[in-house]
Structure formats: C-alpha cells, structure tokens
Design a protein around this ligand. Structure first.
Ligand SMILES: N[C@@H](CCC(=O)N[C@@H](CCS)C(=O)NCC(=O)O)C(=O)O
Ligand SMILES: [Fe+2]
Length: 229
C-alpha cells in the first residue's frame, strides 16, 4: 500500500507477504500511525518492522508509536544516523518478511545515515530523500553533502535495473512513482556533471522545514515514543 501524510508530503509504504502475512512499513509518520496500525490489523498482517530511511527533519517518525500500537513490531534505522532504535542496520543487512526481504544500500549525502531499501528481486527501491522524482534531497542541513549525494545516487541507485520502480519518501508535485531509467535520463539534477550538481545544490535557497527544530531531536529517539509525546 502507498500511504500519504499531507503536511510534510511524506509517502509511507506498507509491504506484505500475503502468504505468511508478515509485513514491513517504511517511513511512517507520527500523526498517521493510528491509520497505519488500523490498516495492518484490517489486512490481518503481522508487522515485523517499522523502518526509517533516515533521521527525518520535516516530521516525527511514527515508528515509536507503531511499536506501542502493534506489539511485536521493531523500529529500524541506520547505525550511521546516530539515532536509537531496536534494530540498527547498515549496508548489506536485510529485513526479511515472509518470502521477501528488503536489502539495505547506504546512500548518504542528504544525511549521513540515509539508506535505500531494495526489494530482493530488485523490482522496487525505496530511496528516502536520496532520490526524489525528478529531484533529490537537499544538502544544506544535518550532514548534507552534494558530492556525497551525487556519488550515492550514481553508484547505489542508478546501478539498479532500469525498470526498477523508485518510491521516494516525499513528493511535492503529486507524482507517486518513477523508475531508475526515467531518473537516470530525465532527473534535472542528477543528469548534470558533479560540478554543476554541486553548484545547483549549494544555491537552492530553500526555507528550512517547519518542524526541523523538534523533529530531529525526536527522531534521534525513533523507537522511544514516551520521550517525544
Ligand atoms: N516545506 C517542507 C520542507 C521541504 C523540504 O525541505 N524537503 C526536503 C525533504 C525532507 S527533509 C528536501 O530535501 N527537499 C528537496 C527539494 O528540492 O525540495 C516543510 O516545511 O516540511
Ligand atoms: Fe529528509
């Protein structure tokens, strides 16, 4: 299922193995955790993991609340994020659910701890804010680095099969899904040379996310809901 949170324009994804009923949610949002838990229950699923692609700056993660709502669910984030969670993962680790698994690729540059989760058959990639549809995550806060992001996208995402579907953590224009081939050929930022990309990223001049000052400290404790409400 593709799920949406309108304030931060965040996409949350629920993946399940219909046979075993084991499921994973990617990038849940605190305000929508009750909706997500209700969907999991309605579908008769057992939610094994609530996984973050990175320590978000623009909303509070729903992973802590989902743990409370769905006992047995474990929160996940990368070790490199510096955040706490039940499961700290890094490149090469995989999260199994039924006959499927999400494989972890490290894709830093928007933040140090950004991960891209790739379905084991390489038909889908959940890119967080590393690669957005016709865009990419900004590099002007947290541990942002345009050079690092450029390398991550080219080495870790554009090397996937061309027909691999790209599911980002956000979209601000209403687009929901892309492919590796589309972004490799049409992304206005990532088709530039590294030098031109760095220039563009250093001159975006975006206002900072409205929730950044309380979202980042809360997300550093993404498995511990008690400390953020
Ligand atoms: N207006 C939004 C924040 C928008 C924003 O900064 N988005 C980030 C991703 C979330 S950390 C981003 O990287 N955007 C890239 C871009 O090119 O827009 C809010 O106040 O929450
Ligand atoms: Fe982000």
């Amino acid at each position: 299922s593709g799920l949406f949170e309108p304030k931060s324009c965040t996409y949350t994804y629920l993946l399940a193995d219909v046979k075993s009923k084991e499921a994973i949610v990617i990038d849940p949002v605190l305000e929508m955790a009750k909706r997500d838990a209700a969907l999991v229950r309605e579908l008769g699923l057992s939610l094994l993991y609530a996984a973050n692609t990175h320590c978000h700056a623009d909303h509070i993660t729903g992973t802590g609340l989902l743990k409370k709502l769905l006992p047995g669910c474990r929160s996940v984030i990368s070790r490199d994020s510096g955040a706490s969670a039940d499961v700290l993962i890094q490149e090469g680790h995989s999260l199994k659910f039924g006959a499927f698994a999400l494989e972890t690729r490290s894709s830093p540059g928007h933040t140090d701890g950004c991960l891209t989760y790739v379905l084991n058959d390489k038909t889908m990639a959940f890119t967080g804010d590393a690669l957005l549809i016709r865009g990419c995550g900004r590099t002007d806060f947290q541990q942002g680095s345009p050079e690092t992001l450029y390398r991550s996208v080219h080495q870790k995402i554009f090397t996937l099969p061309g027909d691999c579907l790209i599911y980002p953590a956000h979209d601000y224009t209403g687009q929901t899904v892309s492919t590796v081939e589309e972004e490799r050929t049409l992304n206005p930022r990532l088709t530039l040379s590294m030098e031109a990309f760095v220039r563009v990223m250093n001159n975006l001049d975006l206002p900072k996310p409205q929730q950044i000052d309380f979202a980042v400290p809360a997300n550093l404790k993404c498995g511990i809901q008690d400390s953020v409400v």
